[in-house]
Design a protein around this ligand. Structure first.
Ligand code: UD1
Length: 341
């Protein structure tokens, strides 16, 4: 069995990817520091796949611990690096924490990966690197705009670090995946998103409002130059996203990559407005969602949705689940964790 390291493997996207990897026959080792995840996620993964992944609680900022880990696991064939801090607002308040967490750890990982017999590396990037793109849908060659936040900057700099490292070391093979807006949960409702505190992202806020943990949703801005005045995003089901990681890893393992640093957008290619997202939730849940219009949120772009041609044709992956599927699974998950029948 091919052994794969998944850092941040107990997080939202990481855990769903571990499930898909195990179901494809990979042996998975998870590193997670549990700073923004729960150890119980391991049980969810095990319940779905019938197999417990290996798990090591390591803080990737501890360079010597990272080195010791790789000495023990020299047979790793690929690394999928999710571990990172991701709260945009927090990154503005604590920039150094974000640069340390997201960049130091990336550097230590790359150094270790370079020493392996097989140096395959997949990086979690984000559509945030495009800022407000001038044309829709957004292709991978759209210009990178100045980052709106330290978090966004860590993704841009992260890609640059990887690009430079790939130039210097031809045996390093990497893929950066630029996610649009990941939402939803596993259909089994055994794993899903676990936001800490008040959710900043739309879908967990919607499901928590429907579960009566929040009074109402504030729709940030209804005067944008879009058909219904609310912002447009490309909401991608987390299970589709997880499958893309397996496809990307297999591309590297099979030596099918055409350069040693490839970039793919991961989205559905379809833009949905905030009001359309609410309507999708109401449709699948049969519940009416209390919401009000509120001022625009600082830093929000008007619209962002992916041109998925490269992912479809070169990577050979296509999102297959719909916004309704994602909302349905997110609501099922919320009901499960809140014990709502
Ligand atoms: C956000 C981050 C982005 C990050 C991504 C990770 C910001 C500005 N951007 O993307 O960098 O990569 O999460 O998932 O934080 N909305 C409401 N009410 C709410 C919450 C959201 O109307 O209570 C709206 C937003 O204005 C936006 C849409 O819903 O139009 C999606 O918001 P969100 O889920 O936070 O994602 P992004 O802002 O696109």
């Amino acid at each position: 069995m091919k052994k794969v390291l998944v850092t941040g493997g107990l997080g939202f996207i990481g855990s769903h990817t571990v499930v898909e990897l195990q179901q494809r026959g990979f042996e998975v080792v998870i590193i997670d520091d549990l700073s923004n995840s729960s150890i119980n996620v391991l049980d969810g993964i095990t319940a779905i796949t019938g197999k417990a992944p290996l798990f090591e609680k390591i803080d990737l900022k501890e360079k010597t611990d990272v080195e010791a880990f790789f000495e023990k696991h020299g047979d790793i064939m690929g690394v999928i690096h999710f571990a990172a801090s991701k709260a945009v607002g927090e990154s503005v308040e604590k920039p150094l924490l974000y640069y340390e967490n997201n960049l130091n750890t990336l550097i230590y990982m790359l150094k270790s990966v370079l020493k392996l017999d097989v140096s395959n590396f997949i990086f979690s990037s984000s559509c945030t690197v495009y800022g407000q793109a001038d044309t829709m849908p957004i292709t991978e060659s759209a210009p990178i705009k100045p980052a709106e936040s330290p978090y966004g900057n860590t993704k841009q700099i992260g890609e640059e670090i990887i690009r430079d490292t790939c130039r210097a070391y031809s045996h390093l093979n990497t893929i950066a995946l630029r996610y649009f807006n990941p939402i939803g949960a596993h259909a089994s409702a055994k794993i899903g998103e676990l936001p800490i505190g008040v959710p900043q992202n739309l879908v967990p806020f919607i499901t928590q409002t429907a579960a009566k943990l929040r009074k109402e949703l504030s729709v940030f801005g209804n005067d944008y130059p879009t058909p219904d005045g609310t912002c447009i995003r490309d909401y991608i089901h987390v299970v589709d996203l997880a499958k893309a990681h397996v496809v990307a890893l297999e591309r590297l393992l099979d030596g099918k990559n055409v350069s040693n640093f490839e970039i793919f957008n991961l989205g559905t290619g379809k833009g949905s407005s905030v009001l359309e997202a609410i309507q999708a939730f109401e449709r699948v849940s049969g519940k009416s969602l209390p919401y009000k219009f509120a001022p625009r949120r600082e830093g929000d772009v008007i619209q962002a949705y992916a041109d998925t041609t490269k992912a479809n044709e070169v990577l050979g992956w296509k999102a297959s689940l719909t916004l309704d599927d994602a909302m349905d699974s997110a609501w099922k998950w919320e009901r499960k964790i809140r014990n709502i029948g």
